[in-house]
Design a protein around this ligand. Structure first.
Ligand code: CA
Length: 485
């Protein structure tokens, strides 16, 4: 059988991801055969840019992929039942109503990474190009690993629940035939696959700031996150420490207390990278549109999501915590104010941080707290975050528990897509209950299924159903438990 090789061409081409379309359905109109498409490193870079463009889509990191982990948790909720975030918030999905884009976009990214990785091996590379060749290959490996990481946490149970024995998603590491119908690999096999991608990428990649692109510190950051999710705590701590030291020797640094409230709307550059290791750089000329985080969080935009009353109370327990300035109150509801547009832009064009140095400090602190004999490290890395938030606070002299770190993670990373995953991977419960706070007295949970109000990793809806179109197109796929076959 003839194997067709396609690649997306250019920035203006968008992926087709309508309901009912399988990731296996190739669309010749948006793709060209690659045998002639990638002949030099400029072509590789061009193809990689098309992948970054896919990632900036509001159905990927600029929107859905980010808010999913927040509105399925207990810190952020939908601001109404007709809002775009409501389906995730309600956690009432069935095998017939699950979203298709989490799957289809990630596999489009993986497929295009596979094409680049296959073609780049065929290039004759001048020795003067070797560093660029290596960096581009490393970026491609990192993006492929990130897509599989996302798929695994959306569709597979936490690694820690059963040491990865349950089903993850199909691992696709080669350019495959249109008729390829893979079965699901285990979660453990998925972890091994994306860790291999990150490990292979790290020594290839540039250490320098590269705006809107992944570099060595992002690949290592994902490696530390993956180790943390697997509870390989020694490696998570060692890797996180290396990211912090390496990034900071390349001009990255934690935002200061003073700049924290407004720095989200600044535009980083190589002279001052700040603390964002990887972000979606959205521009007015290349806007992700009104489904983006900036417009969804804006009270005068789609006003889609707000802080829960319980999280508002928790976040403001220390009124001098600088992070309590990262929301705006309107009509007794608290709107997230992290997605501030860059100068001259509209709300919908706000950049989307995907990985911040603050998270790496919190990974180091969490891993150290779990190791038991590394309290000095736990104190050191947690204190950097605690004292930045309020310089009069400190955890010096405390024995740092996992729950202490998780509490700090909630305050630091709310609205950035982490909460539900952080709770369930640590076998903690999500509790969605109202408290009475006058400042946000109009904030109430909507009617939730009883099992969606309070749950842990045993709730079947902590993973999404495999999209219906995929199930119909591929008899080798097994649906997630309790969603029905
Ligand atoms: Ca922007």
């Amino acid at each position: 059988m003839k194997v067709f090789k396609y690649i997306l061409l250019g920035a203006t081409i968008t992926l087709t991801t309508s309901c009912g379309e399988s990731w296996l359905d190739l669309e010749p109109s948006t793709q060209i055969q690659t045998d002639s498409a990638i002949q030099n490193l400029s072509h590789v870079e061009y193809s990689l840019n098309s992948i970054y463009n896919v990632m900036r889509n509001a159905y990927y990191y600029s929107g859905r992929m980010t808010y999913y982990g927040d509105v399925t948790g207990d810190d952020v909720q939908a601001n109404g039942l007709t809002k775009r975030t409501a389906n995730y918030y309600l956690m009432s999905m069935t095998r017939d109503t699950g979203p298709s884009t989490h799957w289809s976009y990630a596999y489009q990214i993986i497929r295009n990474c596979n094409i680049i990785l296959e073609q780049i091996e065929k290039l004759d590379c001048d020795s003067s190009d070797q560093a660029q060749y290596n960096d581009l290959k490393g970026q491609t490996l990192t993006l492929r690993g990130m897509a599989l990481f996302e798929l695994t946490r959306f569709f597979g149970y936490p690694y820690a629940k059963d040491k990865g024995a349950s089903l993850g998603v199909p691992i696709v590491k080669e350019v495959v035939d249109v008729n390829y119908k893979p079965g699901r690999n285990t979660v453990a096999e998925c972890y091994a696959a994306f860790i291999k991608d990150f490990e292979e990428a790290v020594p290839l990649m540039s250490e320098k700031f590269n705006k809107g692109k992944v570099n060595k510190w992002v690949a290592m950051g994902y490696l530390s996150r993956a180790y943390l999710y697997m509870e390989r705590n020694e490696e998570a701590l060692t890797t996180a420490k290396a990211v912090i030291a390496g990034a900071e020797s390349n001009k990255y640094s934690l935002w200061t207390n003073e700049e924290y409230p407004t720095v989200w709307g600044s535009d980083s550059d190589a002279s001052k990278p700040g603390e964002v290791l990887f972000e979606m750089v959205n521009l007015t000329t290349e806007s992700p549109g009104k489904e983006s985080m900036g417009h969804l969080c804006w009270s005068s935009g789609y006003s889609d999501m707000i802080l829960t009353s319980s999280f508002y109370q928790f976040l403001t327990e220390d009124p001098n915590d600088v992070r309590a300035q990262l929301f705006l109150i309107k009509s007794k509801k608290a709107y997230i104010n992290k997605y501030q547009p860059q100068p001259g832009e509209n709300a919908l064009d706000a950049n989307i941080p995907v990985m911040r140095l603050s998270e790496i400090y919190l990974i180091a602190a969490e891993a150290a707290s779990k190791l038991g004999n590394r309290n000095d490290d736990a104190v050191k890395y947690l204190n950097a975050i605690v004292q930045r938030a309020n310089p009069t606070n400190s955890v010096d002299g405390e024995t740092i528990t996992l729950d202490r770190v998780l509490a700090e993670r909630r305050k630091e990373l709310f609205g950035e897509g982490h909460r539900m995953f952080d709770a369930i991977r640590n076998h903690r419960r999500i509790e969605r209950a109202d408290v009475s706070v006058s400042a946000v007295s109009s904030t109430k949970h909507y009617e939730l299924l009883p099992e969606s109000k309070s749950f842990d990793w045993n709730y079947f809806r902590v993973v999404l159903p495999i999209p219906k179109a995929e199930m119909n197109a591929n008899p080798n796929l097994v649906q997630n438990p309790q969603y029905g076959s």
